[in-house]
Design a binder for this molecule. Structure first.
Ligand code: PHE
Length: 453
């Protein structure tokens, strides 16, 4: 069967941006920036992006487009050995594990969206009340499982329709919606009292916070947010034709992704500080602090619905991209029909996600790998181990195994030879693929698994 392709460069850009822009931008970035030195953290984040994130991103899309196959087949083809094929399979597995825990968390978001629409997030007077509401929901096993199932069901429907009529079409609708909601929230945030002062929390550089640990957080953030190391970019790249320009697409997508992180931070901090509440981290930022804030400001109902709609839309477009590598693998390697593969992957992802959805209720006393609950264990395995391995493999594959010359020939398609004529860009990519990115990933990886103590 002929491989399906994106209908246009815009379709491809919005689909990959949809994958990239997710919970990591709206939920995690504001907090980690605030707690790791503000502008100083943004600076090291940008360094990670330039020397590791962007090269790995380009490498993965290039591998996909060259091979026109799922990650397993693509790594096998370009790496010319079974070992490389297994590395590709490992990235498919990573994406699949991400899809499972991501959906469990997104299910809670969907549940909160329903709460917001029903008007139950605007009646809290204290943090304790908001927290009690959260605890009641999160400790009800069926609440988490039903919304995890419902969220996955929506994603499966989109995937079922195919690459162009499903993924591309829905990203073309959902991404503009996401930007519109974000702009409304940022404008609302700036209209709040103390908005300018509250930005100092975000933007005041605290250079003492630039530690190896902060680098680790910045690298992890850049990989996760750009969907690197999880088979997604290779798969989305495999639906890309030679006419499209990988370099400009990458620039536009990383710019969109970074702007959404920054604008989300602006919205989060101006809104939270307007009522003088300190931003919390993790689930409590979204599920406790925000409802308390919505209860105390004018237009809280509208804001609560808008906010959870924003996070939900971002999560849907990311979730479908985490499932697509496994679907592409089943279709390419096992010759399954797309609809069979979509249903099987959706169902398997649901099953694997159930323990995550229960990690704060029935399974809250189960601790693995140190003191982590089930959800945290999945996240740790993916972010600290599997994703760095996937990103490392992609740059090494192009830099050392497939070869710089052939890689550059592939990247050059669609650039009207601008790439081949640009020696600066070539030197940058060559040095990054071969030396800078792999070395930095190894150092950060060893740090992450505690080799340096
Ligand atoms: N990039 C997504 C985010 O920022 C996470 C993700 C990665 C989702 C890979 C799917 C695949 O939240």
């Amino acid at each position: 069967m002929r491989r399906e392709h994106w209908g246009s460069q815009l379709g491809f850009i919005l689909a990959v941006a949809g994958s990239a822009i997710g919970l990591a931008n709206i939920w995690r970035f504001p907090y980690v920036t605030g707690s790791h030195g503000g502008a100083a953290f943004i600076l090291i984040y940008l360094i990670c992006l330039i020397f590791i994130g962007i090269p790995a991103f380009i490498a993965e899309i290039t591998i996909g487009r060259k091979a026109q196959q799922n990650p397993s087949g693509a790594f096998l083809l370009l790496g010319r050995s079974n070992a490389w094929g297994w590395v590709g399979k490992c990235t498919v597995l990573t994406g699949f594990i991400v899809s499972a825990f991501y959906s469990a968390v997104a299910g809670w978001i969907l549940g909160y969206f329903v709460e917001a629409v029903g008007g139950s997030l605007i009646h809290f007077e204290t943090h304790a009340q908001a927290n009690a509401h959260y605890q009641t929901l999160i400790e009800t096993p069926w609440w988490g499982i039903s919304f995890h199932a419902l969220f996955l069901f929506v994603c499966v429907l989109i995937l079922y329709l195919g690459v162009k009529s499903g993924i591309e079409r829905f990203n073309k609708i959902l991404m503009p919606l996401l930007f519109a909601i974000l702009i409304i929230l940022v404008l609302k945030g700036f209209a709040m009292p103390n908005s300018i002062q509250s930005l100092s929390f975000l933007l005041k550089p605290d250079w003492s916070m630039i530690t190896p640990a902060a680098f680790l957080v910045a690298l992890g953030q850049s990989f996760f947010t750009l969907s690197i190391g999880q088979g997604t970019l290779v798969t989305y790249g495999s639906y890309l034709s030679k006419k499209e320009n990988i370099i400009t697409s990458t620039l536009i997508i990383t710019l969109m992704d970074t702007s959404v992180s920054l604008f989300s931070s602006l919205a989060v901090f101006t809104i939270v500080f307007a009522v003088g509440i300190a931003p919390d981290q993790g689930p409590s930022l979204i599920f406790n602090t925000f409802p308390l804030v919505f209860s105390q400001i004018a237009g809280g109902y509208f804001l609560s619905v808008m906010f959870f709609a924003l996070v939900l839309v971002a999560a849907i477009t990311s979730e479908i991209s985490a499932l697509e590598p496994a679907i592409a693998y089943l279709c390419d390697a096992w010759k399954w029909k797309r609809h069979q593969a979509v249903i099987a992957c959706g169902f398997a992802s649901f099953l694997l996600g159930v323990p995550c959805a229960l990690s704060l209720s029935v399974l809250k006393d189960v601790h693995l790998l140190g003191d982590r609950n089930v959800l945290e264990t999945f996240m740790f395995l993916c972010s600290n181990i599997l994703i760095p391995i996937g990103g490392f493999a992609a740059v090494v594959l192009l830099g050392w195994r497939y070869g710089i010359k052939d890689s550059f020939e592939e990247i050059n398609y669609g650039t009207h030879d601008h790439f081949i004529k640009n020696s600066f860009l070539q030197t940058y990519l060559k040095v990054c693929f071969r030396y800078v990115s792999p070395l930095l990933i190894v150092v950060v990886f060893l740090q992450a698994i505690g080799i340096f103590g």
